[in-house]
Design a protein. Structure first.
Length: 199
């Protein structure tokens, strides 16, 4: 796969990711939910930290996370370029491109959303607002895709830690960028031998 095609894939994913996030931000109030199917909902949340809402504590936690993401994108970008130069497997190049696109998509939120949007709390956010909710490097990542295939299933009392409690699978809320990262990692895991075999 050529570097040009890899960049095209990254560009398409970024466009879809950012358009979906901007649409959600400007048409949904934080916490608003609509059901597409019983097992698929659009639920608008904002993620201040890493995966599953994990937050690095402290005044500079968010800044550290954003800078780390930027450095990771540079490293992944080099990995993509190097893999194309070495004519590595298309599986590997597509995987890296998906991971890079997803990481970059979420970085855009972290770096810029705090200065281009106002708050989504109890109101629709305004793009390029005069009253932004944050500062540069302190934006929140927009998540909206929710697939609760099993919802509030009562777990038997004998199940350790979850016994007697309602159980939901799959309870993560994510976005297009997260899907790209997960797909890229999934390809590397499932097609490991093909991914790391040179064409």
């Amino acid at each position: 796969m050529s570097l040009r095609n890899a960049y095209l894939l990254i560009f398409i994913i970024l466009i879809v990711d950012q358009l979906s996030k901007i649409y959600i931000k400007t048409n949904f109030i934080l916490g608003e939910e609509i059901s597409v199917f019983n097992w698929f909902k659009i639920l608008f949340i904002e993620n201040e930290g890493m995966a599953w809402g994990t937050v690095i504590p402290g005044t500079y936690g968010k800044l550290f996370l954003t800078v780390f993401r930027l450095l990771a994108v540079v490293a992944i970008g080099y990995w993509l370029w190097d893999s194309v130069q070495k004519k590595c497997s298309t599986y590997l190049i597509v995987s890296i491109a998906l991971i890079l696109a997803g990481a970059f998509g979420n970085i855009i939120d972290s770096v810029f959303y705090g200065i281009i949007f106002d708050s989504s709390q109890n109101q629709l956010a305004t793009l390029f607002s005069d009253n932004p909710y944050g500062t540069v490097f302190h934006g929140k990542v927009v998540d909206m895709l929710y697939f609760p295939f099993i919802q509030d299933y009562p777990m038997p009392e004998w199940v350790p830690f979850l016994g007697g409690k309602p159980f939901t699978f799959f309870n993560a809320i994510f976005n297009v960028a997260d899907m790209a990262i997960s797909t890229g990692v999934g390809i590397l895991i499932v097609f490991n031998k093909k991914a790391f075999h040179k064409d």
